[in-house]
Design a protein around this ligand. Structure first.
Ligand code: HEM
Length: 150
């Protein structure tokens, strides 16, 4: 191989190397991406979001009747653990499946949307950034099938 051709081959390698350094320094600048649980504010953040959600459920005539005979402190603990678990926090939700928990009540999609709306308001009240709100909602959205009566 002639020297000229070798030099040509080496140039892209240098460019890639320099480019790699740029990427590395950019990553160093942003820091490691927080997992969802951390982005929600950890245990304190999740606790506050669930509290704000319950306050809103209690004040919303569209859904409050659904919670009349519910042990709210148990519901609060269960929902916190569930959110912690789906957000990759250090919790393991061992309660009944969403299907079993919500079975027999014929919850409607309108009620589902109301709970989602109240959850968004709760996250807003806690100053959770929209991008983080959407990350949590995306993980809860698949539960629609299990919760809503089809
Ligand atoms: C994003 C949608 C929803 C999620 C992620 C969700 C999640 C949960 C979780 C984790 C629990 C606690 C289970 C436990 O005790 O460990 C629960 C309980 C409950 N949920 Fe939902 N839920 C949703 C929507 C709804 C809707 C639309 C309704 C009705 C309007 C509803 C009514 C209830 C009730 C009444 C309980 C208490 C059950 C009991 O303790 O007997 N949920 N939910």
């Amino acid at each position: 191989m002639s020297r000229g051709i070798k030099a040509l081959i080496r140039i892209p390698a240098k460019v890639v190397f320099v480019g790699g350094l740029f990427v590395l320094s950019a990553c160093g600048h942003l820091g490691p991406q927080k997992n969802l649980y951390q982005a929600l504010g950890g245990a304190k953040g999740v606790d506050a979001i669930v509290y704000e959600l319950i306050v809103r459920i209690a004040d919303d005539e569209r859904v409050v009747d659904r919670f009349h005979n519910v042990d709210i402190s148990r519901f609060k603990a269960g929902l916190e653990t569930y959110i912690c678990s789906v957000a990759n926090g250090p919790c393991d939700y061992t309660g009944d499946s969403m299907q079993v928990v919500h079975a027999g009540h014929q919850y409607t999609d309108t009620e589902f949307n109301t709970i989602v709306q109240l959850l968004i308001e709760a996250m807003e009240a806690e100053g959770v950034p929209t991008v983080t709100q959407n990350r949590l909602l995306a993980r809860l959205a698949p539960d629609y099938e299990a919760i809503v009566y089809q």
